[in-house]
Design a protein around this ligand. Structure first.
Ligand SMILES: NC(=O)C1=CN([C@@H]2O[C@H](COP(=O)(O)OP(=O)(O)OC[C@H]3O[C@@H](n4cnc5c(N)ncnc54)[C@H](O)[C@@H]3O)[C@@H](O)[C@H]2O)C=CC1
Ligand SMILES: O=C([O-])CC(=O)C(=O)O
Length: 292
């Protein structure tokens, strides 16, 4: 049986993901479709064996969903918030790369309410097994993440001229500039393409707080502290995480090789999406076999 997967977003992550899924594509176990703005422009860059359909803004979303078994989101936080609830509402599986969408409690509630199933990817960072174990036992008091990226990937339209110029002029060897310090929910509004990892960290360490998943996540988002630095020497995006409490002191550091498709995105993210997708498919297969 061929599993039909919709790639929702066919940029750096979507393209690298399609490459990762070559064995499944070539064996006929999986068929990938992507809805894109400009089919010809994408064909020129290589379609990576993906069936390209025109659309994005004017796509008949319901018809697109009718044609697939599973959706992989790698389009961005805003599209994930807009359309993710429809995917879950249709009973389909959604694999989420833009984990930052969960920082909005209404979106989180819709994505976690079913009948479809949400899979949250670990993205460009990890170590979540041990962090989740410690958090569930009430073993963490502080959870921190410091992300360093090149200034060019952190310039945002809302920045004033002075801040934009400061980031543009930042030269190798100079001190890093802190562009954000605070909690993940605010960070993801300001830098939706850069701090999904911080929301993912809050998701991973929500255990131990009272309430359901959404209430736990809201409390966890208040505990996680994020620092985002424009670092002229951060040729590789780096993420340093630390957590401490009765469980001990845990420290992790990630320097991810850049995506082969876009140096601003960590290559690990597409690998995380591929891995999560394969787990989701295994689970779907075993449920189908049990029911048949
Ligand atoms: N969890 C993590 O660690 C990470 C998560 N991300 C998330 O993944 C997203 C995608 O990352 P990249 O592939 O590097 O970005 P990208 O900009 O290379 O690709 C995004 C693609 O989605 C398309 N797109 C935008 N809105 C769309 C819509 N409504 N429907 C369909 N397609 C749409 C764009 O045209 C573009 O081709 C980021 O915006 C971020 O939210 C990115 C890096 C790490
Ligand atoms: O790719 C990375 O290093 C992380 C990133 O952009 C995000 O978490 O949004």
């Amino acid at each position: 049986m061929t599993i039909r997967v919709l790639l929702w977003g066919f940029g750096a992550i979507g393209r690298q993901l399609a490459d990762q899924l070559r064995p499944e594509r070539e064996s006929g176990a999986m068929h990938l479709t992507a809805v894109v703005r400009d089919v010809e422009a994408h064909r020129e860059r290589g379609d990576h064996g993906v069936d390209l359909r025109p659309g994005v803004t004017n796509v008949d979303w319901q018809a697109a969903l009718d044609d697939v078994d599973l959706v992989v989101e790698c389009a961005g936080v805003s599209p994930a918030r807009q359309r993710g609830p429809d995917v879950i509402g249709s009973g389909r599986v959604l694999v989420l790369a833009s984990v930052g969408a969960l920082a909005d409690p209404d979106t989180a509630r819709a994505l976690l309410s079913g009948p479809g199933r949400l899979w949250v990817t670990h993205g460009a960072i990890g170590g979540f097994d041990v962090l989740a174990s410690a958090a569930e036992a009430g073993g963490l008091d502080t959870v921190r993440i410091r992300t360093r990226k090149l200034a060019s990937s952190l310039i945002r339209p809302w920045m004033d001229t002075e801040q934009t110029q400061q980031l543009r002029r930042l030269a190798p060897g100079e001190d890093p500039v802190t562009v954000f310090s605070g909690h993940p929910a605010e960070a993801i509004e300001l830098f939706p393409g850069n701090v999904n990892v911080a929301v993912a960290l809050a998701w991973a360490t929500r255990g131990g707080f009272p309430g359901d998943d959404v209430e736990q996540l809201a409390a966890s988002l208040q505990r996680v502290e994020v620092e985002l630095l424009a670092d002229p020497d951060a040729e590789l995006s780096t993420h340093e995480m630390s957590a401490s409490g009765p469980a001990g002191r845990l420290m992790f550091s990630f320097e991810s090789a850049p995506s082969p498709e876009n140096p601003k995105t960590s290559g690990l993210t597409a690998l995380s999406v591929a891995h999560t997708l394969r787990i989701a498919l295994d689970q779907r297969r075993s449920v189908t076999e049990t029911n048949s």
